[in-house]
Design a protein around this ligand. Structure first.
Ligand code: SAM
Ligand code: SF4
Length: 365
């Protein structure tokens, strides 16, 4: 089927998605990305919402085979930022009119960790006078813990499914990392009332275009509100590095990620989609290209420079020696250069979530 006919379809089936992700001529790719950008402008506008990312600890009880900070990597020097440093990062976000921050860390389920996150949520709410939105990205937690975080003031949660194919999931994780538990956790988050974010890595060993088409159908089925998807990038101290010769090349992973963002935007129209750091790792203008393919959120890194080398999920992670201050001005210029504008002082909640619930319970005036 011709690309323009395909793009006019109301609902894509798996075959349509595979065909769209497989377009390769410049003209067809351009048609796909431009169609997605038009839909983005219509449904979410040209504002780019900031989520200041604070990678507050690299201590993780898990051992995902792709991740540079997995527990089994003994070359990593472990850190757990003291609360006062985390507040300083949040204060930077507040002072620079970022609407929201993301608290991200390795996964821990012990009492001390849960208390720390709860204290941080309450402290950040207070220092931002209730105006800083808080997204969490701290892995799988029990319903009780997730409720505790929500009741303390967090209102969004990112938990990538990584791949919606249970067999592929099994190949990329140890036996005690259970796909069904991760999926259930996404459902629990939604039940509690969080805006739920999920996503995948693109170009994992053994992953196929059909797998990715199913991931997109999975996103629609679970009806998530926000998405973060980026290319998988190798890390030498991980078990799956042994498959490095079987991977799609980085250019292909990058271009495919843009196409996935575009197809997702066309399919789910009013969701929030992040232009991720991993895109920027493969191309210095990767985030801008993500925005032009349909993304509307960026996550500037606020983690203090002294910790960045210890939060290397993959090799070649960008901005290891550029602090939040240096990035701030350049970021605004780069956003404006592509005809978009920063959504300062706004939470930039997912309109998809609002449409589902028809209220903004915690939105400040
Ligand atoms: N521990 C939490 C979790 O796993 O949900 C949050 C932090 S974890 C580092 C955030 C994301 O990093 C993961 O969901 C995964 O998709 C991504 N990631 C890990 N290793 C990666 C790699 N080698 N390349 C690209 N992304 C990676
Ligand atoms: Fe831990 Fe998250 Fe890395 Fe898995 S992806 S090892 S849970 S930090």
């Amino acid at each position: 089927m011709n690309i323009n006919t395909l793009l006019k379809k109301r609902n894509f089936d798996k075959n349509d998605i595979v065909n769209l992700l497989s377009v390769h001529t410049e003209a067809d790719t351009d048609a796909l990305l431009k169609a997605a950008y038009r839909i983005k402008l219509k449904y979410v506008g040209n504002k780019v919402y900031y989520r200041g990312l604070i990678e507050f600890s690299n201590i993780c009880r898990k051992n995902c085979y792709y991740c540079g900070i997995r527990s089994g990597n003994s070359f990593v020097s472990r850190y757990n930022m003291p609360n006062h440093e985390i507040y300083k990062c949040a204060k930077f976000a507040y002072d620079n009119n970022y609407g929201s921050i993301v608290l991200q860390a390795g996964e821990r389920n012990d009492k001390r960790f849960i208390e720390k996150v709860t204290t941080l949520i309450k402290g950040i709410k207070k220092l931002g006078k209730g105006k800083l939105g808080i997204t969490l990205s701290v892995g799988e937690q029990t319903e009780e813990t997730l409720r505790k975080f929500f009741n303390s003031g967090a209102h969004r949660y990112l938990l990538r499914i990584e791949t919606s194919n249970p067999c592929l999931y099994k190949r990329l994780h140890p036996a005690d990392h259970v796909y069904e538990i991760r999926k259930k956790c996404l459902q629990t988050l939604s039940k509690i009332g969080y805006q739920v974010g999920t996503g995948i890595m693109v170009g994992l060993p053994f992953q196929t275009i059909e797998n990715i088409a199913n991931d997109l159908l999975f996103f629609r089925e679970i009806d998530a509100d926000m998405f973060g998807l980026g290319p998988y990038i190798e890390h030498k101290n991980t078990p799956i590095i042994k498959y490095k010769n079987q991977l799609w090349n980085k250019n292909h992973r990058f271009n495919l990620t843009l196409k996935i963002i575009a197809v997702l935007r066309i399919m789910m129209k009013d969701v929030n989609i992040a232009a991720t750091t991993a895109l920027q790792a493969l191309d210095i203008y990767g985030r801008e290209q993500g925005l032009l393919a349909g993304a509307n959120v960026i996550m500037p890194n606020l983690t203090p420079i002294k910790y960045r080398n210890s939060y290397l999920l993959y090799e070649g992670k960008p901005c290891l020696d550029e602090g939040a201050e240096e990035c701030q001005h350049c970021l605004e210029q780069r956003i404006k250069a592509i005809g978009e504008k920063p959504g300062y002082n706004e939470w930039g909640d997912s309109p998809h979530f609002a449409a589902k619930h028809r209220y903004y319970k915690k939105q400040p005036d």
